[in-house]
Write a new protein. Structure first.
Ligand code: NAD
Length: 280
């Protein structure tokens, strides 16, 4: 029996995503038939609320599963038969596995960042972390930091209400951690053992850094979630200052590694997927 896999990515503006070719090339390298199609809501003229219909159509057409991205990660929750514990706690799903007629939601954004942190910054001191950015990526990252043992987490965002509500949600999930919201000012950055950047600042069309990297010292680690470019101004400046650095490509690859494993029940080669990602 020849194993084969058919996967889709549902979201807005996903046609240029690097996730489909990352999965397909890993499938090629493993010698399995693996097709992965972007299903761009804008291109096909469907509203985000169509995610449930698309899931059911995919099940009927023999899809193995879907990755789900902006703006459907919460909308999809209502259409699933089961949820992993982490996806339920986080209230967001980016991976749906269709098997034996049932749909099961997972969140590999969080597990991908947690894995990236473990592999890319082994032994990182999580005793006092500052996170800048409390949006979609920031929610998964905060959850991953706390699940990885962060003791104190300061969440900052230009939208203070957003930071406060993420901090409150994380406090109720991780009552033993000290989670607060506030400004990522000079004192906070200097005091942190590590800093995570979860805003769009650093992308090609949002150049710059969300705080002054001159505040960083070599004992600190710095992680960025922006992966276009992989080498953001913050990653470069932090490295130049002697900090250990985790680039945003690590999370992008990590979520794909974990999703590939869920879809195929085969072990992906994370280093090979990282190499494919960097070559694209
Ligand atoms: P979002 O719009 O949901 O959240 C971004 C947040 O950043 C907003 O709350 C905004 O108020 C805040 N913000 C913007 N500028 C700020 C500043 N200067 N200081 C403080 N806060 C600021 O966006 P998102 O979906 O979370 O995506 C954020 C970035 O993460 C994007 O660049 C995206 O490409 C990247 N991302 C990476 C991965 C990955 O796997 N590496 C996954 C998801 C998103």
């Amino acid at each position: 029996l020849q194993e084969s896999f058919l996967v889709g990515l549902i979201g807005d503006g996903v046609d240029p995503s690097l996730t489909p070719p990352m999965h397909e090339r890993e499938g090629d390298a493993q010698g399995v038939r693996y097709l992965y199609r972007p299903i761009d809501l804008g291109r096909i003229g469907r509203a985000p609320s169509a995610v449930g219909d698309l899931l059911r159509a995919g099940r009927d057409l023999g899809f193995t599963g879907f990755n789900i991205t902006h703006p459907c990660k919460q909308l999809v929750l209502a259409h699933l038969d089961e949820l992993s514990d982490d996806a339920r706690r986080l209230g967001a799903v980016n991976t749906v596995v269709l098997r034996d007629g049932a749909s099961v939601g997972h969140n590999t954004d969080f597990s991908g960042f947690a894995g990236a942190l473990r592999d890319g910054l082994p032994g990182a001191d999580l005793s006092d972390v500052v996170q800048v950015g409390a949006g979609g990526a920031g929610s998964a990252v905060a959850y991953a930091l706390l699940a990885s043992g962060a003791r104190r987490l300061l969440v900052a965002d230009l939208d203070g209400a957003r930071a406060a509500s993420l901090a409150e949600a994380m406090r109720s999930l991780f009552p033993h951690a000290d989670v607060v919201s506030g400004a990522a000012d000079a004192d906070a950055i200097r005091r942190a053992t590590g800093v995570v950047q979860c805003t769009p600042i650093g992308m090609h069309h949002h150049p710059g850094t969300p705080f002054d990297p001159a505040l960083l010292s070599p004992a600190q680690w710095v992680a960025d979630v922006v992966y276009r470019p992989v080498e953001t101004a913050l990653v470069r400046a932090a490295r130049e200052r002697g900090c250990r650095v985790l680039d945003g490509g690590r999370m992008a690859v990590g979520q794909a590694v974990d999703a590939f494993r869920l879809f195929t029940r085969r072990e992906p080669d994370a280093q090979r997927m990282r190499a494919h990602f960097l070559a694209m």
